[in-house]
Design a protein around this ligand. Structure first.
Ligand SMILES: Cc1ncc(COP(=O)(O)O)c(C=O)c1O
Length: 449
């Protein structure tokens, strides 16, 4: 096979992007109070804020959109969506939601109560917020290697098995309504979880009668890492690996805006008939009837095709290679980042990049602001602003939308970050001037210290 890995698609429709001057960006950043969420997207040249809902759909997905059955109840689009999702994860009940956090809210709203504890390898911000919203406690049990940005452990998303057993022994099985595994581990660097770890977590959960759920947003990328890195899976297809993984669990939450290759959507799956009924009742209250769950029929069609496309090997090979290319070109020049490169993003280690800025002065936010100033690239802090005192690292995530940017866009990103690296000593920390009571990073306002 040739060594050059190319984008496995050609471009049929293009969207212009807009240059701004440095002086314009200085004014824009000040106006946005140093929070890149508050920037108009039209003032961003390369938008790496998130890989969520920002991907390009394929011709097959657009064709499927035209097949959307917009019937309120019992639409054909729901049948296709359910069959496609079930074909991959195998769970009995497939409940559509408008995005991932809606699935989380319904799951935790039904399964958890005040005083409960939900272990996860690392809760994503919306997952943590939804657990806490019902009065339960979100506990992260990542392996120690997962917290060391420099460690090259192949499965840094793994859960700490001894810590899980210790937690169950300490607080008792009754207080743990479910255990979650986030694949890949977004907040911990987009790092995968191995089948062996999933098997062990599953065995412990089932020994204690605790259901295991996946936060499955990036299930296909996780499956491909298993194929590349775990002995015994080299010749399996990503779909076979995904099926094996889901087989160890009892359900999942999913944002179809990631490995669903769609611009909106999500779902909640479970094998528990009793829970599913309660979930559907709550769904009707806030999302919609169980055969559309807050989505249009055409969205269900796009997801039905998208979850299959996310598992195509040519696509996954290119996707993982292009992220690794970005990470390797930066780390070769000494830029500190979470190693090895993740599945959907590169995570700059802002605490090491800006060692002169203490976590309380938000080094991740300061670095993201400087990268925007230098080259109009938008990224996102995952650190002290997002998680407060619970933050174990200060990272800047450069998330790559699926099938959107080309190799030369990535080369440009490398060039800009290397420029920022050269002038790192002149970057200043920030302080908060406004914060919301939860998920404060979306609306926080800051100014230089
Ligand atoms: C791991 C993980 N879980 C849950 C979510 C929430 O999904 P959504 O943004 O669709 O609500 C995200 C979104 O980025 C995520 O990365």
């Amino acid at each position: 096979m040739p060594r050059t890995i190319i984008e496995p698609f050609r471009i049929k429709s293009v969207e212009p992007i807009r240059w701004t001057t440095r002086a314009e960006r200085e004014a824009l950043l000040k106006h946005a109070d140093y929070n890149l969420f508050l920037l108009p997207a039209s003032d961003v040249l390369i938008d790496l804020l998130t890989d969520s809902g920002t991907g390009a759909m394929s011709t097959h997905q657009w064709a499927a959109v035209m097949e959307g059955d917009e019937s309120y109840a019992g639409s054909k689009s729901f049948d296709r969506f359910r069959d496609s999702v079930r074909g991959i994860c195998g769970y009995r009940h497939v409940i559509p939601t408008h995005q991932g956090r809606a699935a989380e809210r319904i799951l935790f709203g039904v399964a958890c109560k005040k005083g409960d504890i939900v272990p996860n390898n690392t809760h994503f911000d919306t997952t943590r917020a939804n657990v806490e919203f019902v009065g339960a406690e979100a506990v992260d049990l990542l392996i120690p290697e997962g917290k060391d940005p420099a460690s090259k452990h192949p499965f840094k998303g793994n859960m700490d098995i001894a810590a899980l057993e210790g937690l169950i022994a300490r607080v008792g099985r009754e207080r743990i309504p479910l255990v979650m595994l986030t694949v890949t581990n977004n907040s911990g660097g987009g790092q995968p979880v191995s089948i062996e770890n999933i098997r062990q977590v599953s065995a412990i959960c089932h020994h204690h009668g605790i259901p295991l759920y996946f936060d499955a947003c990036r299930f296909a990328e996780n499956a491909y890492f298993i194929k590349l890195r775990e002995i015994g899976y080299e010749s399996k297809t990503p779909k076979e690996i995904a099926r094996t993984m889901f087989g160890y669990g009892d359900g999942c939450t999913m944002s179809a805006k990631k490995d669903g290759m769609a611009n909106i959507g999500g779902f909640l799956c479970t094998n528990n008939d009793f829970l599913a009924q309660q979930e559907k009742d709550l769904l009707i209250l806030t999302e919609g009837y169980p055969t559309y769950g807050g989505l249009a029929g055409r969205d269900l069609e796009a997801i039905a095709v998208g979850v299959e496309e996310a598992l195509e090997e040519d696509y996954l090979r290119y996707r993982i290679a292009s992220i690794a290319y970005l990470g390797n070109h930066l780390s070769e020049q000494g830029v500190p980042l979470v190693q090895p490169p993740g599945g959907h993003a590169i995570y700059l280690d802002a605490r090491a990049f800006l060692a002169h800025i203490p976590p309380a002065q938000f080094p991740g936010v300061a670095l993201a602001a400087e990268i925007y100033l230098e080259g109009g690239i938008r990224s996102v802090e995952i650190g002290t602003l997002m998680f407060g005192a619970a933050a174990q690292m200060d990272l800047v995530r450069l998330a790559i939308p699926r099938r959107v940017y080309t190799q030369s866009h990535i080369d440009y990103v490398v060039e800009i970050i290397l420029e920022v690296w050269k002038k790192r000593d002149s970057i200043r920390g920030l302080k908060l001037t406004y914060e919301a009571p939860f998920l404060r990073h979306f609306s926080a306002r800051l100014e230089p210290v």
